[in-house]
Design a protein around this ligand. Structure first.
Ligand SMILES: [Zn+2]
Length: 58
């Protein structure tokens, strides 16, 4: 797994730009949730990506 510096810092950086381009929500793919970060597929009940740790929470 790649080293993730600081997710909080990164999220803050994104929100401060006030420009919500993408991410921050799951992609829909065949009735499943797809992580916008790594493309991993998860059940509709998933709350965070178990592959890269991404989560739309906030
Ligand atoms: Zn992911």
């Amino acid at each position: 797994m790649a080293s993730a510096p600081s997710d909080d810092m990164f999220d803050e950086f994104l929100s401060q730009r006030g420009h919500d381009m993408e991410a921050s929500s799951w992609e829909d793919s065949y009735n499943k949730k797809q992580c916008p970060e790594c493309g991993g597929l998860h059940d509709s009940g998933a709350v965070e990506c178990t592959i890269c740790g991404w989560s739309p929470a906030r």
